[in-house]
Design a binder for this molecule. Structure first.
Ligand code: GRF
Length: 208
């Protein structure tokens, strides 16, 4: 069984760095009852981003934890954990969060940190996955929602949704096609987590 508390109104913490369209997909899913949880806090490592405005509009508490000025990456991680704990979060969703998180976060939230990545992992981890797919000449790309581990973009996969790569695609047109699927995939993955009816078997996220 998953460790995320699953009895209604699980408190989610969403970490963002920018536009926040995946955050919006989660806000909408909570608002229309597709997700039996609540977003307890939205944390950004960058001030003034549109994601924070989306959260404020939805009445969700926000915090900015600037990644600069800490003497180590772990110190930044610990500040993020403190903010999440302050809001009694039990499931963390990275939604366009552009920093890598390490041990302090993963130890505080074991098997409870999700990430969304715009490629069909394990293809094209890291930066600019849409450009990597185009450069490689892939005919298919898509989105992956996975649990975060200490290996970059490599944890157990909950949901993948494919999209075609078209001959005349640009990085932007492919990114837009993937993004539409991201907005379906992320609420679906969070919903799976919230059932509590899952386990990790090696690399695999197994339901039931
Ligand atoms: C998305 O493509 C997400 O998969 C990636 O960064 C982008 C963030 O977009 N990790 P948004 O901020 O959710 O609109």
């Amino acid at each position: 069984m998953g460790t995320v508390e699953s009895t209604g109104q699980t408190r989610l913490g969403v970490l963002v760095s920018g536009r926040g369209s995946n955050l919006q997909a989660l806000i909408d899913a909570v608002a229309d009852g597709r997700l039996d949880g609540r977003i307890a806090v939205v944390i950004s490592n960058v001030a003034g981003v549109f994601a924070l405005e989306r959260a404020e509009r939805a009445g969700i508490p926000t915090a900015v934890v600037d990644h600069r000025g800490w003497s180590s990456r772990d110190d930044f991680d610990r500040a993020v954990v403190a903010e999440l704990q302050k809001h009694r979060v039990s499931l963390v969703c990275l939604a366009g969060f552009m920093r890598r998180l390490g041990k302090p976060v993963l130890q505080a939230f074991p098997d409870a940190v999700l990430n969304i990545h715009p490629s069909l992992l394990p293809s094209f981890p890291g930066l600019h996955p849409q450009r990597q797919a185009l450069d490689h000449g892939n005919k298919l790309s898509g989105v992956t929602v996975h649990l975060v581990t200490d290996e970059l973009d490599a944890g157990p996969i909950l949901v993948q949704r494919p999209v075609p790569v078209l001959d005349d695609d640009t990085e932007d047109s492919l990114a837009a096609r993937i993004l539409a699927e991201e907005h379906v995939a992320y609420p679906e993955a969070v919903r799976m987590m919230l059932t509590g009816n899952w386990r990790i078997d090696g690399r695999r996220f197994v339901r039931g």
